[in-house]
Design a protein around this ligand. Structure first.
Ligand code: BG6
Length: 469
């Protein structure tokens, strides 16, 4: 639909930016922090580990000052569970508690709204040694951890996100610490983990409402619209199936407290269905979100499964081709360009995604990730010209405004990432930030912060509440 007059962005729109603890903080083995599954995971050859990243743990004041200069209204960051509880549960680490306390105060001092992700892939390794999310006790550990966060920071943090991209931890578990290949049926085991995470999330949403009546809490999956490879009814059906498995399973449970019927039938058909214990469905029905946060990088396209041995086409990261025999087959969308890292770029799909989520759940939405990974270059004159990132954001933000004009209630946009950090899959050379961090893959150099061209562009955009695109 084309509008002659677009609606403006809402008055208190949260123009923000995002990071996550293990990708940004560094000090991964310092100040009392315990190891996480990410710290203990394998790193592909040629890619740095997560021990120093951008050194934000020691540079947070400078970083917050930079965010304030950019004009951010909100900053979405994650708390490292194993910095608070090095063993996942048990004794809290006072230095970890103090770090986030100071960070939150620093943000508020600069008028920046903190948006806290409680768990962004980095499960404490001590819990993994006790079977991680396969063990129901991890539900209790998460609840205890959440309670600690609410008690320490709930007087100042109004927006809470439970679990980042739970769907990616299940669908692309490779580098996210959730896959256990030693079990007999790894996929069934993943869906058991999924069930436990869903129960844990519901408990924590409920706890938040009881302890902090003024706070708001929601899930933060990765959601992208799914296109059929053609208008052939079988392809359309396959796209609907994949959307249920990839997107709606997670949000239907968070909002309606029940398994999506198509997703559940897929689990049963494949023998992946989790054990549901007595009382779980009541817990799931009780925990309700106040809003939906979601990460959008791109759409995906699938066609009918032909069951000819060629349906499986996924390997690596979260946005590569997917397929699953008997359900759907990954397909390329010929109309879309790709990033340097092979991800399709689809701004219009962003509007469709916003519309689909809103019309399905009727809850306020906030975008907690969207961005472009690229090999940015620091020029000899000390500048970074990332005009391609500006183009990317212009096109995506235009689509948010169109969605707002469609009547979608969006209250914030927190692109990935505020400042350069280490990519989950491709190291520090794949950059996302508005601010360049002067380091290379293995040479840490001086870690100096240098605003990129996109920094000044975003600053202007925020100043005008999205009027100057
Ligand atoms: C999201 C994650 O999947 O995408 C982030 O929440 C991640 O942690 C981001 O970094 C970009 O992915 P990548 O693999 O390019 O770092």
């Amino acid at each position: 639909m084309i509008y002659t007059d677009l609606k403006s962005f809402p008055e208190h729109f949260l123009w923000g930016a995002s990071t996550s603890a293990y990708q940004f903080e560094g000090a991964s083995n310092e100040e009392g922090k315990g190891p996480s599954v990410i710290d203990m995971g394998n790193h592909p050859e040629g890619v740095t580990d997560f021990s120093v990243t951008s050194n934000h743990y020691y540079m947070y004041k400078e970083d917050v000052a930079m965010m304030a200069k950019m004009g951010l209204k909100a900053y979405r960051f994650s708390i490292a569970w194993s910095r608070i509880y090095p063993e996942g549960t048990g004794e809290a680490n006072p230095k970890g508690l103090a770090f986030y306390n100071n960070l939150i105060n620093e943000l508020l001092k600069h008028g920046i709204e903190p948006i806290v992700t409680m768990y962004h892939f980095d499960l404490p390794y001590a819990l993994e040694l006790k079977d991680g999310w396969r063990n129901r006790q991890t539900i209790d550990a998460f609840e205890r951890y959440a309670k600690t966060l609410f008690e320490h920071y709930g007087d100042r943090v109004k927006y809470w996100l439970t679990i980042n991209e739970q769907n990616m931890m299940i669908l692309h578990p490779g580098s996210l610490g959730t896959l256990d290949e030693t079990v007999e049926n790894p996929k069934k085991s993943l869906y058991q983990e999924n069930h436990h995470m869903l129960v844990a999330q519901a408990k924590v949403m409920d706890l938040c409402h009881r302890l902090l009546p003024d706070a708001k809490i929601g899930p933060a999956p990765n959601i992208g619209t799914i296109y059929p490879a053609s208008s052939k009814p079988e392809d359309v059906l396959a796209a609907d199936t994949y959307a249920a498995i990839r997107n709606w399973l997670y949000l239907d449970m968070a909002v309606f407290g029940k398994y999506n019927n198509v997703a559940w039938s897929y689990l049963v058909e494949n023998g992946y269905e989790p054990v549901i214990e007595e009382g779980d469905m009541e817990v799931l029905a009780k925990g309700k979100p106040d809003f939906i946060a979601f990460n959008y990088y791109t759409s995906q396209t699938v066609g009918e499964s032909l069951n000819d041995g060629n349906d499986i086409s996924h390997t690596g990261d979260q946005h590569e081709l997917v397929g699953e025999p008997g359900a759907y087959r990954g397909s390329v969308n010929p109309g879309l360009q790709k990033t340097e890292f092979g991800w399709e770029i689809d701004p219009v799909g962003f509007r469709t995604t916003l519309r689909q989520i809103y019309s399905r759940y009727n809850l306020p939405l906030i975008v907690t990730e969207n961005g472009l990974g690229a090999f940015d270059k620091l020029e000899p004159d000390g500048t970074v010209d990332d005009s391609y990132r500006i183009e990317f954001y212009k096109k995506h933000i235009e689509q948010i405004q169109l969605a707002v004009s469609d009547g979608v209630d969006v209250f914030g946009f927190c692109p990935w990432s505020a400042i350069d950090l280490v990519s989950t899959h491709q190291g520090s050379s794949k950059r996302y930030g508005f601010v360049y961090v002067n380091r290379e893959e293995f040479d840490l150099k001086d870690l100096r912060r240098i605003p990129k061209k996109s920094f000044y562009w975003y600053q202007k955009l925020i100043e005008t509440n999205g009027a100057v695109l």
